[in-house]
Structures are given as structure tokens and as C-alpha cells.
Design a protein around this ligand. Sequence first.
Ligand SMILES: CC(C)(COP(=O)(O)OP(=O)(O)OC[C@H]1O[C@@H](n2cnc3c(N)ncnc32)[C@H](O)[C@@H]1OP(=O)(O)O)[C@@H](O)C(=O)NCCC(=O)NCCS
Length: 241
Amino acid sequence: LNSLQAPRQPHFEREPSPLTLEQILGYVTVRVSPENYLALCEELKLELPLPPNLETAVPKRQALYLAGRWCARKALQEAGLFEPPMIGTGPVGEPLWPRGWLGSITHSQTHVSAAVFQPGNYSGLGLDNEIIMSEKTLAAVKSRISTEAEQKQKPTEMSERLYYSLLFSAKESLYKALYPTVQRFFDFQAAQWRDLGSGQCELQLTQTLHPELQQGLCLPGLYQQIGDQVFTAVFWCKRAD
Ligand SMILES: CC(C)(COP(=O)(O)OP(=O)(O)OC[C@H]1O[C@@H](n2cnc3c(N)ncnc32)[C@H](O)[C@@H]1OP(=O)(O)O)[C@@H](O)C(=O)NCCC(=O)NCCS
């Protein structure tokens, strides 16, 4: 189990995970400091492989990739897989989970999280973490990330920057939750986000993405704002019938 001990130098610190993910078996979050990216990379490279396309990447990218893999393997270990294998990377960047397991990885500049589960109650899970977008970014991306209906539904008590950051992050979580099944790109018009209050939300598919993911299907999600960041999770629970 030595390979899953935290790095000898504390280049990252374990933190309580930001969301309450029921029935998710393992969920690990660490905080990283941008000034430690280089040291963190050097430390984690001793125990985790980098895919060839990241060998020449900047330290920030390498550090966040490796910390994501570290969190994912730690989450598998805490979920009961005591000798977790290395988690590979698929053709479009998706993590390749050990047989019988699924999960999701996300990173911002300062936080890295991974959650894992065994398909059963859930068929898909996506996690995402974003820095709340600036006014400038919002103006540049608003029409690409939101539908016209979402633009009309913004709750008056929520700032535009928070609303669109939550909507964007939840849609990225949705993408990660469904990609292993859908196996192709789908854009931000494919679902509509709705705030349900108290950190709960839902995403309704506006198009059929797969025989089991028909237009109109609603998927539950969770969100949390901490400081200048938002954390989201989206679940796909197949109906039992
Ligand atoms: C793939 C994508 C969702 C990643 O989100 P991001 O905010 O850029 O980055 P995050 O740090 O949160 O997540 C990155 C991690 O997601 C995982 N990931 C990448 N592609 C993935 C995919 N196709 N399926 C599942 N997980 C994926 C990887 O583990 C990656 O980290 P790593 O490269 O270090 O292993 C995003 O870049 C993207 O392509 N979005 C467009 C598609 C979309 O969101 N459509 C909306 C549908 S409503």
C-alpha cells in the first residue's frame, strides 16, 4: 500500500470532499498549491505513469493529471479495492477504470477530486469543479453553453456569473457521467439545467443520446459553492423496470 501514501513532502493535502455523494463508495479530494506543481509532479512521477502525450506537458498539467490519478486510486482503495491498478486514459482522455468499477475525476487549479462506484444503484457519475467565471468569460461563452430556455430561467437571487458557472459545470459533469455509455461528443445544447435549490439540481436531456438515454430524461445533480469555485456531481440512475 506504500504507493498510495501521500507524497513524502506535503505537496498536497487531503480535504473533506465538497459534496455528499450517497452510495458512492470512494470519494477523495486534495488541495494543491500552484507553487508546488513542479515538486508534486516530480514526487508523483515516481509512482504513477504519465501517458505519452503528457510527457512534454507543462508541470501544471502533469501535476493535475497525476494528482487526479492518485485520488482515483485512493478512492478505489477506500472503496475496498485494496490493490488498485493504474488507471489508464482512453482515446479522448476518459479514465479507463478497472473492470467492475466506474468513476469520475476533476481538477481546478487548486482542487483535485475523484469518486468511484460499482455499477448498481448508479450507472454513471460525473464530477466537475470550476472557478466561477469572470464577466468577460461569461460574455464569450454564454450562448454556447446555455439554451434559450435556461437564459430565461435564471433565478433572480443568483448572480449571472454563479448561475452560468453552475450550469456549465453541471453539464460537464453530465458529459463525464454519460460518455462511457454514449461514446461520442455531445454539446451543451443536449441538456437543460434546472436549479432545485439547497444544492440540488437536475439536467433534462433535450435530445436522445442513446437508446437508454432518451430525450426528456431527467438526471439528478448536486452542487456546492466554496469560495470562488463550484463543485458539481451528476448521476445517472437506470430505472429498474
Ligand atoms: C471532457 C470535459 C468534460 C472535461 O472537463 P474540464 O472541466 O475541461 O476538466 P476537469 O478537470 O473537470 O476534468 C478533466 C478530467 O475529466 C476526465 N475526462 C476527460 N474526458 C472524459 C470523457 N470523455 N468522459 C469522462 N471523463 C473524461 C479526465 O479524467 C480528465 O482529467 P485527466 O485528463 O487529468 O485524466 C471537457 O473538456 C469537454 O470536452 N466538454 C465538452 C463536452 C461537454 O461538456 N458537453 C456538455 C454536454 S450537456
